[in-house]
Write a protein that binds this ligand. Structure first.
Ligand code: TXA
Ligand code: MG
Length: 318
């Protein structure tokens, strides 16, 4: 059921239930982060591997100290600048965070989301919420209540409606490495250029894809059920024009007899607008009667890096 009843949502969470909640990035599937028997439901409902840890959400920087043991200065200045917002950071966890949340790691991923509905909900609760994206593991993240309903509606008691997500792509995940430098584990809503304005150096991009450090970075993530190919759109079109095609482009539409649907993510060529519309386009084309989805690579700058990252992962074969 989709609704706007914050009291009801809070009461479900207090009694150990899980439900979908809006954030500015994507919808999350939330549970009391301090209660292992609730957290386990998230893994079950998403069919998520137990080795893939969950982000803990709270509403004030002060509350972060309730479940972490240290907050390095450098990360604190990033938090002050970008929270509430689409930035997640790894901090040493305190004992009250169950091992299940961090998949055994001593570091917990923490974020203060920037959406009035979840902010209000968090302020009504005495505990933080752990929440992965509200999709079955490996599938496209939801950016509207209807996306959640379509994917998980029958498995969860409530979807708290906060409208369409304004950022539309998941948070950027960072950590400090042994030298105390900021490392980006996942590209997202806060760009490396923005991080550099605070740190004074470009954050290091984490590359080792097989590391368990961020299992969400492994192959076949954020993927539609249909085949997705990413690259130069003219070349892809030439190669696949014997099929029925759905196309995702940045700013220019494409007309061609093979193209049954073309979604332009931002006619004004605005990367933030494109990010906001990306997952909805994948959801829509996945439901359209076509053979293959083709998408063009976006300018590899700013949030375009996160868009390319998601397209790339969505294109990896299962
Ligand atoms: O924007 C977002 O981050 C959304 C909204 C709901 O907040 N959440 C989200 O969660 O994208 P999820 O579970 O779909 O992706 C979280 C990623 C996963 O790749 C996971 O491996 C990584 O964060 N992660 C979580 N906790 C971690 C930890 N303790 N250490 C390393 N990586 C962690
Ligand atoms: Mg996810």
């Amino acid at each position: 059921m989709i609704g706007k009843d914050l009291e009801y949502a809070a009461s479900l969470l207090r009694s150990g239930e899980i439900l979908a909640v809006p954030t500015e990035t994507v919808y999350g599937l939330a549970a009391n982060a301090l209660l292992a028997q609730s957290v386990i439901k998230i893994y079950e409902i998403k069919n998520r591997p137990r080795f893939n840890p969950l982000i803990v959400h709270t509403n004030t920087i002060e509350r972060v100290a309730n479940f972490t043991t240290d907050f390095p200065k450098q990360l604190q200045s990033l938090a002050e600048k970008f929270w509430p917002g689409p930035l997640t950071m790894l901090l040493p966890k305190s004992e009250i965070i169950p091992q299940l949340v961090t998949a055994g790691s001593e570091m917990v991923a923490v974020r203060i989301p920037n959406h009035p509905v979840i902010t209000e909900l968090l302020s009504m609760l005495p505990f933080p919420l752990c929440a992965p994206s509200a999709n079955p593991s490996g599938y496209i993240s939801p950016t509207s209540p209807l996306h959640v309903e379509k994917q998980l509606g029958e498995k969860i008691p409530y979807i708290l409606d906060g409208g369409v997500c304004t950022v539309g792509i998941e948070s950027t995940i960072i950590k400090l490495n042994d030298e105390g430098k900021v490392v980006i584990l996942r590209e997202g809503g806060i760009t490396s250029e923005e991080i550099k304005t605070i740190t004074g150096y470009a954050p290091i991009k984490f590359v080792k894809e097989t590391s368990p450090e961020a299992p969400g970075m492994l192959k076949s993530h954020y993927a539609p059920a249909k085949q997705l190919l990413v690259g130069n759109i003219t070349e892809l079109l030439k190669k696949h024009d014997d099929k029925s095609l759905g196309i995702i482009t940045f700013s220019q539409g494409i007309e061609h007899p093979a193209v049954k649907a073309c979604i332009v993510l931002s006619s004004e060529a605005n990367l933030y607008e494109a990010a906001k519309n990306l997952f909805a386009a994948l959801h829509e084309l996945d439901e359209t009667d076509i053979d293959v989805i083709l998408a063009e690579y976006f300018p590899d700058e700013g949030i375009g890096k996160a868009i390319n990252d998601r397209l790339h992962r969505a294109s990896v074969q299962k």
